[in-house]
Design a protein around this ligand. Structure first.
Ligand code: EPZ
Length: 427
């Protein structure tokens, strides 16, 4: 049977020039939208990115009884007065979106009961949720699994001290969502420090929560009885911004990446400068200037924030595929995030992977080829590869890219790239 799919076609070699405006942060939106379930009053959330992961999250909220309106582009009004926690969330929704497990924290916090079937998302190795479960249990919940369904229930959520054995963005968010309504004080130690953790904490505080220390590795939450309506604007997307910074460095040109918080981009800025790329930081924008010459070889190691983000690893590796000399990239967050390297090899890259280490022997140029995408950031990397390659690159499975990049083709075209989206019949 055949079906209609979409692919990107890129004619490489065009320099990029102009300004690109960065959208709201995907991973902040995916925590903040379910946080609106914690009150029965209406929350107004602005700077929401128009991407498929957000649409899936909205469908999940509507499925359990929330009303979600979109009065203007980029704005959501969420009212969760009629939400119920005992409606099983359909597998096909949760399978599509890893962040669907934030419903566990939010519904547990609001109702003391939540059930969600196992989440999906991008696959880069085993993605355990033991730290989420350990945290819920520390708050007094009983967590059970039956087949693919996870249930968490607590007659009374009680504040507690929780030490996270690994730094986990998802577990930190889930515990924040539950703990804001627990009785007493919760302390999360070894918490994740990503900008979107701070954004979620700010959103919760604007609803009347008492969360302190977000952005450090110790977060203290004084539980409150009730949360209320609020109006909040989401931070710009750190990874979307980083992707355009690397794209400009890779294709060459002069690009102003606008509407960003430069501090969130320090690790990316630093690495690009080490590669020999000129980066100028302004208050709310970053300018990338590159004459298109090959980057210097560097060493990269992904780490939780403020380290170099794993979600930028495929993009920087792609830039380094044409470095002068030999670069090394250590992926220390995920077990299996180098699968895209096979696709880069098809374009002429010389990269060997051994466990969590990739060794890149820079080649002088990449050549366009048909390539496939198997996760969101690998997709962004293939787009960058296509922009810098000689000839034509055709990228399939781009629905994974649509999960996290708003108007990618339009934004790149405005910068002068030769990229189009086209439909084709897939066998
Ligand atoms: C978030 O995933 C992001 N997703 C990911 O971005 C990102 O790659 C990741 O954080 C790391 O920065 C969203 O925010 C929706 P983790 P998450 O829990 O929360 C281990 C993208 O491209 N771990 O911080 O699932 C885990 O195996 C996406 O936008 C446990 O051992 O990541 C991993 O090695 C893809 N037990 C490490 O911690 C747990 O209970 C970090 O995972 C939880 C995690």
């Amino acid at each position: 049977m055949s079906s209609i799919s979409e692919r990107f076609v890129i004619h490489g070699g065009q320099r990029l020039h102009g300004t690109v405006n960065i959208s709201g942060a995907k991973n902040a939106a995916l925590g903040i939208i379910p946080a609106a379930l914690l009150t029965d009053e209406t929350c107004r959330i602005e700077n929401i990115p128009d991407i498929s992961d957000v649409k899936t999250m909205i469908r999940i909220l509507e499925h359990i009884g929330a009303t979600v309106e979109r009065p203007e582009p980029g704005v959501l009004l969420i009212n969760a007065a009629n939400v119920r926690s005992d409606i099983p969330i359909q597998d096909d929704l949760t399978r599509r979106l890893r962040a669907s497990y934030y419903l566990l924290g939010a519904l547990l916090g609001r109702f003391g009961y939540a059930e969600v079937s196992m989440p999906g998302g991008c696959y880069f190795g085993i993605r355990p949720i033991d730290q989420h479960i350990k945290g819920f249990e520390a708050l007094g919940a009983t967590v059970t699994t039956e087949g693919a369904v996870i249930r968490a229930e607590a007659a009374d959520l009680l504040g507690s001290s929780i030490y996270m054995d690994v730094v986990s963005v998802g577990a930190t968010i889930n515990l924040l969502l539950a703990a804001v309504r627990a009785r007493g004080v919760t302390v999360i130690e070894n918490a994740a420090r990503e900008p979107h953790i701070v954004d979620l904490a700010n959103f919760l505080n604007s609803m009347g929560a008492d969360v302190r220390g977000a952005g450090t590795d110790v977060i203290k939450i004084h539980g409150v009885d009730k949360l209320h309506a609020c109006c909040y604007s989401i931070i710009p997307d750190q990874i979307e911004a980083g992707t355009y910074m690397v794209a400009a460095a890779a294709a060459g040109g002069d690009v102003l990446v606008n509407n960003v918080i430069p501090k969130h981009l320090d690790s990316i800025t630093g690495k690009l400068e080490e590669c020999g790329i000129k980066v100028i930081e302004n208050d709310e924008s970053i300018r990338i200037m590159s004459d298109g010459s090959r980057p210097k070889a560097v060493r990269v190691k992904t780490m939780p924030h403020p380290g170099f983000p794993t979600d930028m690893q495929p993009q920087i590796t792609t830039l380094l595929s044409v470095c002068k000399g030999t670069s090394s990239i250590v992926e220390s967050v995920w077990d299996n995030r180098f699968k895209y390297v096979d696709q880069l090899r098809r374009m002429g890259a010389n990269i060997t992977v051994s466990g969590k280490l990739a060794t890149v022997s820079g080649v002088s140029v990449l050549h366009g080829a048909p390539v496939d995408v198997d996760d969101l950031r690998a997709g962004a990397a293939m787009v960058i590869a296509g922009l810098m390659a000689e000839g034509t690159t055709v990228i399939t499975n781009i629905k994974l890219v649509d999960r996290g990049y708003e108007s990618l083709v339009e934004k790149l075209t405005a910068l002068g790239a030769d990229i189009r989206r086209e439909q084709y019949e897939e066998e």
